[in-house]
Every structure is written in C-alpha cells, then in structure tokens.
Design a protein around this ligand. Structure first.
Ligand code: NAD
Length: 470
C-alpha cells in the first residue's frame, strides 16, 4: 500500500526536480533545502473559567540567506512541525521568485480558534509572542510574522504591542506586518493577493507567443473565467478581472456553484452573500446542476482560490480551461500538474501567483522602518508639477482642461496608488523572469519548475557572495 508523503517531502520533490536543472554544488543545494531553525513551544494559558490549558506552537525559519525571515502565523488544529517547516520553505522560494528580500519562515499554534474567547485568544497570542522573543524568533531585522489561516489584523496588533513592550526600540512596529492601518499597517494589503493574481495572469495573457498555442488572443477583455472560492483572494481577483472586461462565468463556493455564460456581477454576488449568507440566488445567475464541477467547465482561465489538492489525477483529464492560475496554496497535486502540462494547459504556479500578499507586507515593513507613509513627501509636489505641465499644454494649444479634468490629470500618487504600482511591477517582472528561465531551459520544463530554478539560482548567488560555497 502506498504511503502518503509528508507536505515537506512534497515541497522537496519540487526542489529536487528544479535542482536537476541547475549546476550548483551539492552541499550548497543541501544547505538551501534544509530548514535552518525550528522552535517548538509548549506554554500554559489561563482560560476564562480559571482552568489551565497547555498550548502547542511552532516557528520555523527555513533560510537566512536574506534577513529578516518572513512568514505568516496560522491558528489551526492541523498545525504540526512538518507543515510549519514545509510552509517556511515555500516562503523562502516565494520571496526569491518575486524578489522580496526575505528568508522564509512560518509559525503555527495548534488551536481551533472558534473554541476560545477573545480574551483567551489575546492571552495565547501575547504568550506566543513572548516565547518567540525569548528565543530570538521575532524582530524587525530577525523574523517578521504576518497573518495566515485563522489569524488577522487583531492578532498582529497584539503581537506588535507585546513586542514593543519588551523592546523599547525605534523600529519595533516593523516586527510584524498585516497590522491595521492605524497601527502602522499599509493601505492596499486587503486586496493585495487577489490583485497580484490578476496582474500575474494579465502579464501571461499579454504575450502573443504564449497565447497563440493555447488558441487564445492576447489581453483579458472578453476572456471567460471560472473562480473556485469567493473569499478574500477569490473575490478580489474576480473583481479585478471583471473590471478589466473578462466574463466571470462561474463562481464555486463550498455549498453551491453559480453560473452565467454572459458573465456574473461580482459586486452583486458579494452583496447577495452578505445579505443571505450564500451566493445562491445572486441576481442573473443559475445554479450549476448537482454532479457537475466548476473545475471542469469550459473556460479560458480557471482560478482555484479556495483549498489545496482540488485538481487531482482524477479530474485533471477533465479540466477544460486553457490557463490554470493557482491563487490558492497547492491546489494542484503533483500528478495532476503532470497531466495538465502534458495536455498543454498553461499552469501559472502558486509560489509566484499568490505572492501579492508577501509583496505588500514587504512594503509595510519598509514603511515602518522609514516611519513615513508612502506618498506623503511627493504627492503635492507631483500635483503642482503636473499642473505646471498642463498649464504649458493649455498655453501651447489654447485648449482649457477645466478644474474637474485638471484634478484627475494632475493627481499625485498616494499610498494606495504606490502600493498598487509596486505590486504590478513586482508581479509583471517576476513573470517575465520565470518565462525567461523556462525559455533558457528550452521548454524542457514547466513554469513551476522554472520558478523554482530561478529561486534556487538567486539563493545560491547569495551564498556565493558570502564566500561560503564555491
Ligand atoms: P478565505 O477563507 O477568505 O476564502 C476561502 C473561500 O473558499 C471561502 O469563501 C470559503 O467558503 C471557500 N471554500 C471553502 N471550501 C470550498 C470548496 N470546497 N469549494 C469552493 N469554495 C470553498 O481565504 P483566502 O485568504 O481567500 O485564501 C484562499 C487561498 O489562498 C488559500 O489557499 C490561502 O492559503 C491562499 N493564500 C491567501 C493569501 C492571502 O493573502 N489571503 C495569500 C497567499 C495565499
């Protein structure tokens, strides 16, 4: 009977496949592959009823080739040491792929958050932060956590506050990202991953050489899109695709799939869910009949944005999308990946495509270190410069723009604009790098392997510069 392989073994399989396409020293590859530090904690917390419970938690720092290390903290009963190590290693490769200068890390607390009061969650989070601090596993230049499954801005605020109370240092707020804006968070973080998914796929769709073999024209306008998972990532990705002129022909949620071949209204679907608790019954939509799967619908772009392992060897032969954009972490099994590749489906890998969140976290960290909101210094200056330019155009052409038009044309960039611009540049240039690597390997591999090869090369270069390995 075949035994299921561990999560970290799966990640290492991707690593090993990519490593075969490089010429790096075997010891250097071993150093990159191994997880550098893992810390396991067990600490007591007092519950509201006065009883004591022992909480189990981990933090793994996979690679220190760049500092600080970075990665989310999840609260889940599925957390275990192997998962934390695997996710930390994925963070290393993800950051390298999108040129975010961090090593990879991940943290996990083995709890079901639904079973704890707000006060208990606060005590768990603060004690976990205290333990991280005690072991030197947190700090603006050491290791910077972020939200992940089961955690959000509230937990990040508790972490920042606890760390600050232990460290009377200038840059203390840069010890964690994903904070509320009022506490040093950044505008544009909420939609960052969905927007990054949109930018990444849009870049792929802009290249005629890659679209023609798929039987597609370039651009997003008119393309049919199916989204699985209408949460933070799925909703925002769907919204940006719709705004760019794509037709969202199906949205799949855990309870129902809704369709409309002419395109669903994303804002209406979200509004309907807020009012009723489900997307079922969204105006101008039909329910997909039982037994049919959204993943197997004919479309140009399929975006799994919910769970891992949803495209398997069983349904991969039935996927009729031309492009699969992996917004979720690990939605395609290794066997399914091979099937999709052999069928000529363009798979845009998760390690690249969902890196918008960590990219904008990087911007938040930079903001905290510089102690100034992006755009604060230059916004007005830009506006005045644009107005002078427009006034010169008016003088030369005798055309008057009018105040409303001037306001639009002369607007200086604020934090939101700059974050989006930085994210767009990051995703577009990273996609081109992955594609170039794939071309350099003469198409012998797929985008996922090419992305890993690029990451290994960049990390190897860092170790090379340190003079440790040949
Ligand atoms: P979320 O919890 O906001 O949304 C997930 C959505 O999927 C929910 O609406 C849920 O109801 C739906 N869902 C659950 N089971 C489903 C099923 N069987 N079929 C269809 N839909 C189902 O989570 P999210 O933040 O949007 O994350 C989605 C994925 O993206 C996860 O794999 C996550 O690890 C990954 N990711 C998220 C971020 C981020 O910044 N949020 C960053 C990187 C990767």
């Amino acid at each position: 009977m075949s035994q299921a392989i561990s999560f970290s073994a799966q990640v290492n399989r991707y690593f090993d496949t990519a490593a075969q396409h490089t010429k790096h020293d075997a010891h250097l590859l071993e150093q990159i592959r191994e997880c550098n530090f893992v810390c396991r904690f067990a600490f007591p917390i007092e519950k509201d009823d006065g009883s004591i419970e022992v909480i189990h938690a981990w933090r793994a720092e996979h690679s220190h080739h760049k500092m600080p290390t970075k990665g989310g903290i999840r609260f889940s009963m599925d957390v275990n040491e192997d998962e934390v190590i695997a996710l930390a290693s994925l963070m290393t490769y993800k950051c390298a792929i999108v040129n975010v200068p961090f090593g990879g890390a991940k943290g996990g607390v083995k709890i079901d958050r639904k079973k704890y009061s707000a006060g208990e969650l606060e005590r768990i989070t603060r004690r976990y932060t205290f333990e991280l601090h005690r072991k030197n596993f947190i700090g603006p230049g050491v290791d910077v956590p972020a939200p992940d499954f089961g955690t959000g801005a509230k937990e990040m605020s508790w972490i920042a506050d606890t760390y600050q109370s232990l460290n009377n240092e200038l840059n203390a707020m840069a010890c964690v990202t994903g904070k509320p804006v009022e506490l040093g968070g950044i505008r544009g973080r909420t939609e960052a991953t969905g927007l990054g998914v949109f930018y990444g796929i849009r870049e792929a769709c802009s290249l005629a050489e890659d679209m023609t073999p798929l039987g597609l024209t370039t651009g997003i306008e008119g393309k049919s899109v199916v989204i699985q998972g209408f949460g933070n990532v799925g909703y925002h990705a769907a919204k940006f695709f719709q705004e760019a002129g794509a037709k969202i022909i199906a949205i799949a949620e855990w309870d129902v799939t809704i369709t409309n071949p002419a395109g669903l209204d994303i804002v209406a679907a979200d509004q309907h869910r807020r009012e009723t608790g489900s997307i079922l019954g969204t105006p101008a939509s039909k329910q997909l009949p039982a037994g049919e799967s959204a993943l197997e619908l004919e479309c140009d772009i399929l975006i799994p944005a919910a769970l891992e392992n949803v495209i398997t060897k069983d349904n991969a032969p039935k996927v009729r999308a031309k492009i699969v954009g992996e917004a979720a972490n690990g939605p395609t099994t290794a066997a399914a990946n091979d099937i999709l590749n052999s069928r000529g489906v363009l798979v845009i890998p998760d390690a690249f495509l969902n890196a918008g969140g960590v990219t904008v976290s990087y911007f938040e960290w930079l903001k905290n270190l510089s102690h100034v909101r992006f755009g604060r210094l230059e916004k007005r200056f830009e506006e005045y410069a644009f107005r002078r330019l427009l006034s010169a155009v008016e003088g030369a052409t005798e055309k008057k723009f009018g105040e409303e038009m001037l306001k639009v044309l002369a607007q200086g960039a604020d934090e939101h604009d700059l974050v989006r611009s930085g994210l767009e540049e990051t995703m577009a240039s990273a996609y081109q790098e992955i594609r170039d690597t794939n071309l350099r390997l003469k198409g012998k591999t797929d985008l996922r392997t090419a992305a890993f090869v690029g990451a290994l090369d960049k990390i190897a270069l860092c170790y090379g510069e340190m003079g440790i390995f040949p």
